[in-house]
Design a protein around this ligand. Structure first.
Ligand code: FAD
Length: 464
């Protein structure tokens, strides 16, 4: 490939802080709030004009993983409960108690944005929106500066501790910390997807709703629509005439600009095909319209750090507990086909009819994730959870770096559980608290006293 030499240049250091958090999603937002509340001078950098990550930019909902498996016992509270209650106060989410009786926390994305603004400002977090973290300067094994780009140009931030919550481990990767991506045997990641907001829905009887979904299913089975599931009704239904389906699927590498471009074009085509089908073919749906597509297609899995421990599918299945636990997860090994196969292929192993011809099946056959016998092998035990060890957040290289959210250290199978937003929130609160503790000490998250961290989290209402 032809190359060009980029000239070096001097750039201004526009901020010197204790903690810089890169990325304001479910992993980064609570990290910034927690760090600031623990007294750290904290800067949060986000590439979009709003916070929330895939909760807002992906329109992803509901927030999953806040209670134990098949149980209403909460396993994540702290900042997740706080943001839920603040959204409830603005009419954008149910009460916390109501959410415990449900599959997940339904919420309104616009309310999430507003509450996120309020929480970061109240905590005293400095905020830079519309700003992309593009690079780092590493000196003596530490990140001496995070390089950013926005309309003001190219600038630098100096921080004692850096939290990478970009979802793609952008910072760790640029810093040269070891990273991995996807399945051990071929590097493929779970398929991406996007949410849409459909509005103008009529009030339907249960029978008519079932019939409408069945019509979509038949169109999928006939290859006329390309989705992985037909359940377009009743998803995150915060308003009676509104639904927010999670149906699209695209296989690709979220760290590749070309793949991300194709993903956007592909899912937008699929969404418009659905809207046309509903209007033209499904009785009562003539008035349905597309209120919004998500600003970005969402990666379920991307680049991750190699840390002191990698959470595994076996840990999810066993409800593993760790002495250095800093968060809890309960979501299962929920793998969306990395080959992008759509209906009837939904979840790997449990539901896939193509198993014998699938490379994942071949690689896993005879190990834990078999279809024979108990299909529950991908789930944690009922009423239980698995711990997220602090070691998963600490990269094996770069002294002043921590990660949060879906770029923690985990296998493909482990990440399939730990990636959901409730778990990312819990990880984020821990990452921010640890970053503040490290900034008060020697700036090395690796040296944080985990007993002190766990005590701080407990005192702040987190469940550890
Ligand atoms: C299709 C789909 C369906 C899903 N369904 C659910 C569900 O129903 N329930 C659930 O709980 N979870 C679900 N998830 C998973 C969940 O949304 C993600 O795993 C979670 O949002 C990860 O949080 P995060 O903060 O690590 O990353 P993200 O949510 O991706 O947030 C990363 C943030 O960093 C910012 N950023 C990235 N790079 C840079 C950079 N270089 N500089 C500055 N800012 C940057 C981004 O703009 C973003 O705000 C789903 C995911 C997908 C894709």
């Amino acid at each position: 490939m032809r190359t060009i030499q980029e000239p070096s240049r001097r750039i201004p250091v526009i901020a010197e802080v204790d903690v810089v958090v890169c990325g304001g999603g479910p992993g980064g937002l609570p990290a910034a709030i927690a760090a600031a509340r623990h007294g750290a001078k904290t800067l949060l950098i986000e590439r979009y004009g709003f916070l929330g990550g895939l909760a807002t930019a992906g329109l992803v909902a509901p927030i999953l993983g806040h209670h134990a498996h098949n149980s209403s016992q909460p396993i994540v509270e702290g900042l997740l409960r706080e943001i839920t209650e603040r959204m409830h106060a603005l009419g954008g989410a149910p009460t916390w108690e109501e959410t415990l009786a449900r599959w997940g926390i339904n919420f309104d994305a616009e309310t999430f944005k507003r509450v996120a603004d309020l929480l970061v400002q109240e905590a005293g977090v400095e905020l830079l929106l519309h700003t992309l973290v593009t690079d780092v300067v590493v000196q003596d094994g530490r990140i001496a500066a995070v390089i950013i780009e926005n309309k003001s140009g190219r600038q630098a931030i100096a921080a004692k501790v850096v939290v990478d919550a970009t979802g793609d481990a952008d910072v760790a990767y640029r810093a040269g910390a070891p990273t991995k991506q996807g399945r051990d045997f071929d590097g493929k990641v779970e398929s991406m997807g996007s949410f849409m907001h459909l509005a103008g829905l009529p009030s339907l009887t249960d029978e008519a709703r079932r019939a409408a979904v069945e019509q979509v299913r038949q169109a999928m089975a006939a290859g006329k629509l390309r989705f992985y599931n037909p359940g377009f009704l009743g998803v995150n239904d915060m308003r009676p005439d509104h639904t927010s389906p999670n149906m699209t699927r695209f296989a690709g590498d979220p760290t590749d600009g070309g793949d991300m471009t194709q993903a956007e074009l592909s899912v937008r085509r699929d969404v418009w095909d659905l809207v046309a089908f509903l209007r033209d073919q499904v009785p009562g749906m003539e008035g349905v319209y597309l209120a919004a597509t998500s600003p970005q297609v969402g990666p379920r899995e991307s680049r991750q750090i190699v840390g002191g421990y990698a959470l595994t599918g076996q840990d999810v299945h066993a409800g593993a507990k760790f002495a250095d636990a800093i968060a809890r997860g309960s979501w299962w090994v929920d793998i969306h086909c990395p080959l992008g196969n759509t209906y009837p292929v939904h979840l790997c192993i449990v539901e896939c009819p193509r198993q014998e011809s699938c490379p994942f099946w071949a690689a896993e056959h005879g190990r834990m994730f078999t279809r024979q016998g108990d299909q529950g092998t991908v789930y944690p035990p009922d009423g239980d959870w698995y711990d997220i060890p602090y070691r998963c957040l600490v990269p094996n290289a770069i002294d002043n770096l921590l990660v949060s959210g879906r770029c923690i250290s985990a296998t493909h199978e482990g990440m399939a559980g730990a990636r959901v937003m409730g778990t990312c929130f819990a990880i984020g609160q821990a990452a921010g608290t640890a970053a503040a503790l490290a900034a008060q000490a020697n700036g090395r998250p690796r040296d944080v006293d985990v007993a002190q961290l766990r005590a701080a989290l407990g005192a702040d209402g987190a469940l550890v």
